[in-house]
Design a protein around this ligand. Structure first.
Ligand code: ADP
Ligand code: ZN
Ligand code: ZN
Length: 736
């Protein structure tokens, strides 16, 4: 008798192995495809995994039967499945966790595939009767389009914002929603002509043309760095490359940073490309995300624009991948599966044999190094597109100057002048809240987070709500501000320093004739909130004050002045990447100024005007900084000249993380890589957990991975591992 056929399953559990199951009762194992989901019993639970292989049961081993195989066809297949297997190896993560991360949440949970039908709108009988008598306006304009059935995707392109007038038509019961695929559309005539494509109102300039031609001429895998100053027309190059890709009958994937995917940005893609553009971001609900993912898988979605996790969409007819603002930190996932979407985009482009364009005004040093060493083709846009001029940058030495909520009188005067000239002003301060510290002026006590502080290293709580509330920005702990000093009972508690809230209050008091709008994670929800703020301001004179949410990619046509306050903390941080991050932030913020026809000014307030980073950046620009920084990294043996992995461990008892990391060190010793630690993490305690880390470094990537391959399975199996929360971060972005 032959052994029964079994299914080999990758389960989303933190164990580095696969699991064998018998097929669900009455189902032939051979009919459950690799890449299809399988619901199985696991301990006392039920989990949903993916079939990754078939086999024969070993005699004498008793296997449980799976509960259900919901998919008729595999969800993960071909290139995507192969790339994900590679990713699991690269991150040394369980395959089941990697595959689960690639699926939209609804599918990961084992839910049935969502309704993939497409719908459209048309006037009903009452609508056709009412149309001739309707008053001019948006509802009437839409009603005219709906004399024939219009697909919702078509409307997105042809009539952006159509859902608003639709509401009016629905209230009056003048329209019907009908399926536009299959037979559902009944007798209503169908609009099938392509949506109008509006091309650019300008011709590409010489540098843009070179870039467009280079991407157009690429065959197979071809990585490009599109290195162009802010406002140089990078997006126009992407749009052209995408249009070429569509014309060749292929799909395009565009990755954008979390905060960059605004309705404004999407509308630009939609109106310019003339095909439905599918967005994938955290603002969608689970079934919308699943539907978009499946539309990509079926080839129905031709252009997908999305944030980090969009790098996991299936692209059966891939033609191009674009990663906008490739230096952006939001591409790296900081918990769970610690992947980097830009890096995985390159891996996929190679596997798919398509060009990949990384765009930035401030490329990461890793990417610059790859371009300089010839691995990526370098395309440069040195000038702003059209007539826009680069901003004038001035360093404002504020030593010994009076400051008002951190703003110098010179800066305040410049703000007044800009507003009087009818312009808009952006004040940048990368610190949320009212003040970073609450201090007792009589005894020196200050408010610390009880969950994140250690005796040697107190962590301050940020003052919020004009002094009424304290909040820890590391663990989220909140409490009301004490009415008096807990140590000396003094009533002289004072907020020290300035966060965006306090600067907002100061600016509102001084400039009460214009709107003052604060934009940070405290005031602004997600992308829609941001857009509402911009819409409310329009082109009127006014002041925006905010954190790095403001630094990214928003076109503010009337912005003439940027004031940067309080960057000095960043100049003296211990992290080897802090200089790079600060330089990128400063250049990106400065790039907001003077984008259209008006010249812009940037004022950098500092107590360290002689600091080399500022000197180099202002004198030579980002590339002068980057060249110097790369030389320093090479001399010090830091990335991109070395490869790192960070093992982190935390527990409530201090000795447990150290025991675990000591074991890891023993396992890794003799493998020829450098081991630093175990040491307390730069933030040695967070939310009540004591944190330690072991840093692994090697000049060559291969050596690092060979060492990890040898050690990681033993780490998973070790009893020490069960007493801590631990993680492995390959290519860590910060060493926190
Ligand atoms: P980036 O993505 O590099 O920041 P954009 O593509 O957003 O730049 O372009 C900046 C502005 O310049 C946009 O308003 C865009 O419409 C305009 N623009 C781009 N290319 C040209 C061109 N060749 N001629 C005139 N204006 C252009
Ligand atoms: Zn006191
Ligand atoms: Zn805390």
């Amino acid at each position: 008798m032959t052994a029964p056929a079994i299914l080999r399953v990758a389960l989303p559990v933190p164990l580095p192995r696969l699991f064998d199951y018998l097929p669900p009762p009455g189902v032939d194992a051979a009919l459950v495809a690799v890449g299809a989901r399988l619901r199985v019993p696991f301990g006392q639970r039920e989990v949903c995994g993916l079939v990754v292989g078939h086999g024969q049961a070993d005699p004498g081993v008793e296997l449980r039967a799976a509960l259900d195989a919901p998919d008729a066809a595999p969800l993960l297949r071909g290139e995507l499945l192969a790339s994900l297997r590679w990713l699991a190896g690269y991150l040394h993560a369980p395959l089941g966790e990697v595959l689960a991360a690639a699926l939209p949440a609804a599918l990961r949970r084992g839910e049935p595939l969502p309704d993939m039908a497409r719908y459209g709108w048309a006037l009903n009988e009452a609508g056709r009767t009412a149309l001739p008598a309707m008053r001019p306006g948006r509802p009437r304009a839409l009603a005219e389009l709906l004399q024939i059935l219009r697909d919702e995707d078509w409307l997105d392109v042809a009539a952006p914002g159509w859902r608003t007038p639709l509401r009016a038509l629905r209230e009056r019961e003048l329209v019907v929603r009908l399926e536009t695929t299959g037979t559902g559309s009944g007798s209503v005539p169908r609009g099938s002509e392509p949506a109008p494509v509006s091309s650019a109102a300008f011709a590409p300039n010489a540098e843009q043309q070179i870039a467009i031609d280079a991407i157009r001429g690429a065959a197979g895998f071809a990585p490009f760095l599109l290195d162009g100053v802010t406002g140089s027309g990078k997006t126009e190059v992407y749009l052209q490359a995408i249009a070429d890709c569509l014309a060749r009958g292929r799909q395009a994937l565009v990755l954008v940073p979390e905060i960059g995917l605004t309705p404004q940005a999407l509308a630009r893609f939609r109106t310019r490309l003339g095909v439905p553009v599918h967005a994938l971001h955290s603002g969608l609900n689970d079934s919308e995300r699943a539907a978009t993912w499946l539309a990509a898988a079926s080839g129905q979605a031709r252009v997908i624009v999305g944030t980090r996790s969009a790098v996991f969409v299936p692209l059966p007819e891939a033609g191009l991948i674009v990663v906008d603002e490739e230096h952006d930190g939001s591409y790296k996932q900081f918990d769970g599966l610690r992947y980097h979407a830009r890096d995985f985009a390159i891996v996929r482009a190679r596997a798919l044999a398509v060009p990949v364009v990384l765009g930035s005004a401030t490329p990461s040093l890793e990417t610059l190094h790859n371009a300089q060493s010839g691995r990526y083709a370098l395309l440069r846009l040195r000038q702003r597109a059209g007539d826009a001029r680069p901003p004038q940058v001035r360093v404002l030495d504020v030593r010994k100057r009076p400051l008002h909520a951190g703003l110098s009188e010179e800066a305040l005067a410049a703000i007044r002048a800009a507003l009087d000239g009818g312009g808009q002003v952006l004040v940048f301060r990368n610190r949320r809240g009212y003040a970073p510290v609450l201090l007792c002026h009589d005894c020196g006590w200050s408010a610390h987070c009880p969950r994140c502080s250690t005796p040697e290293r107190p962590t301050a709580m940020t003052v919020h709500a004009h002094g009424k509330r304290l909040q820890c920005h590391h663990c989220g702990h909140r409490r009301p501000s004490p009415p008096a000093c807990p140590d000396c009972a003094s009533l002289g508690l004072q907020p020290q320093g300035n966060g965006t809230e306090r600067i907002e209050a100061e600016l509102q008091a001084r400039f009460d004739d214009v709107p003052v709008i604060r934009i940070d994670r405290g005031s602004t929800g997600q992308r829609d909130g941001l857009q509402k703020h911009f819409d409310a301001l329009g082109n009127r004179p006014g002041i925006l004050i905010g954190t790095q949410m403001l630094a990214k990619g928003h076109d503010l046509g009337n912005l003439v002045l940027v004031v940067v306050v309080g960057i000095d903390e960043g100049l003296f941080s211990a992290d080897f990447r802090s200089g790079e991050k600060l330089a990128q932030l400063l250049i990106q913020v400065a790039g907001r100024a003077g984008r259209a026809d008006r010249p812009g000014t940037v004022l950098l307030q500092t107590h360290h005007p002689e600091h080399p980073l500022l000197q180099t950046l202002v004198g030579g620009g980002y590339h002068a900084f980057a060249d110097g920084e790369l030389a320093l990294r090479e001399a010090a043996g830091f990335p991109p000249f070395a490869h790192l992995a960070l093992l982190r461990a935390e527990a409530k008892q201090a000795e447990l993380p150290l025991q675990f990391l000591q074991l890891a060190k023993t396992l890794l010793e003799g493998s020829g890589i450098d081991l630093h630690g175990p040491l307390p993490a730069p933030m040695p305690r967070r939310a009540g957990y004591v944190r330690s880390q072991l840093l692994l470094a090697a000049p060559a990537r291969a050596a690092l991975h060979v060492a990890l391959e040898g050690a990681v399975p033993a780490l998973y199996a070790a009893p020490e591992a069960r007493r801590v929360r631990w993680s492995l971060d390959v290519d860590p972005l910060d060493l926190y």
